[in-house]
Design a protein around this ligand. Structure first.
Ligand SMILES: C[S@@+](CC[C@H](N)C(=O)[O-])C[C@H]1O[C@@H](n2cnc3c(N)ncnc32)[C@H](O)[C@@H]1O
Length: 312
């Protein structure tokens, strides 16, 4: 079944499916200054690309380099080569690192970012990036005036369904996302997706998953690769799949180390309990990737000219 969200989309920026705006703000509006203590200077809040980066290099230089490599990989997968000057959409733009990189390198001339976090929107606006429009808007409420040349979404797909949906409803929600992206893109366009996914476990990952779901990311659920492929297949051909649990484990290790070094300032900003909760979350997620319960996918897509009839 294909879900068409035209009937259900809201116009007030809230998501009709997936993590609620309140749950998003619970996590992402915890404090821009706090996140800036332990993320890199691009404020990328997703796994970096560590290929060729020496483990002995200090995270002060290696993490920003690995994050920039991640941004460039996704821009390449979306067809936004340096100087291409595309019209680009970033679904779940966070604090704007990819938008800044896209317009700063001429890969995009116009870039729109969607987020459900007011703190993130305020931060991106404060950067005053030329050609960038950042909207407090869910993907299912987005109505662009003109087609895009490319779409990127990094670390947001985990919010596009909720744990209470059964398998069919989850697939319908994911399929609705790909259907919507297909409608927004010009013929022949490329799209890129990065998401955490369940790997070795079905449906959940025990106490670590329960802690993260209750105390860190309420209202989020991880997809499985099969669901992504099934949901996207009618609208997009897959041109690349890269799995790298190691990339997320190493990113989480770097974040943990930076948070540990910034302990005094972190406790001043979010209190000892907030500091402890984040330390535990970063470590727990690192272990989840290291033991293979979850993995990370980077997927490149090419828009199909005509959608196929859904296989399921
Ligand atoms: C983990 S952050 C990733 C941010 C950024 N892409 C990065 O890599 O740093 C997830 C982002 O997804 C956004 N998000 C979650 N659900 C969304 C939805 N339904 N529509 C648009 N953005 C959403 C959040 O507001 C947040 O900006």
């Amino acid at each position: 079944m294909t879900t068409t969200l035209d009937d259900t989309a809201t116009t007030d920026g809230t998501a009709t499916v997936g993590t609620s705006a309140a749950d998003i703000e619970f996590h992402y509006d915890f404090g821009n200054d706090f996140y800036a203590l332990w993320l890199d200077e691009t404020l990328s809040y997703s796994a970096a690309v560590w290929d060729g980066i020496d483990p002995a290099e200090p995270d002060t230089t290696s993490l920003p380099r690995a994050q920039r490599a991640k941004l460039d990989l996704h821009l390449d997968l979306a067809g936004a080569a340096p100087g291409a000057g595309l019209r680009l959409l970033d679904v779940g733009c966070g604090w704007g690192g990819l938008l800044a990189r896209a317009v700063g390198t001429g890969r995009a001339a116009e870039a729109t970012g969607l987020t459900l976090s007011r703190a993130q929107q305020a931060h991106v606006r404060s950067l005053g990036l030329p050609g960038v429009d950042v909207r407090l808007e869910s993907w299912d409420g987005h109505r662009p005036e003109r087609p895009y040349d490319g779409i990127v979404s990094v670390g947001a797909f985990e919010h596009f369904a909720t744990a209470d949906l059964d398998a069919a409803a989850r697939l319908a929600a994911y399929r609705a996302y790909f259907e919507r992206c297909h409608g927004w893109l010009r013929p022949g366009a490329r799209m890129s997706l990065q998401t955490i996914a369940y790997d070795g476990v079905l449906g959940g990952d025990g106490p670590v998953g329960a802690f993260v779901a209750a105390e860190i990311f309420p209202g989020a659920v991880l997809p499985r690769l099969g669901e992504i492929v099934l949901a996207s297949d009618p609208y997009f051909a897959v041109v690349l799949v890269r799995a790298s649990a190691e990339d997320y484990a190493r990113t989480l290790g770097a974040w943990s180390a930076r948070l540990l070094r910034a302990r005094a300032e972190a406790e001043r900003l979010v209190g000892p309990d907030g500091y402890r909760r984040y330390r535990r979350y970063l470590r727990a997620c690192e272990v989840t990737f290291l033991r293979g319960a979850a993995t990370l996918y980077r997927i490149g897509f090419r828009r199909r000219d005509e959608p196929l009839r859904p296989a399921a």
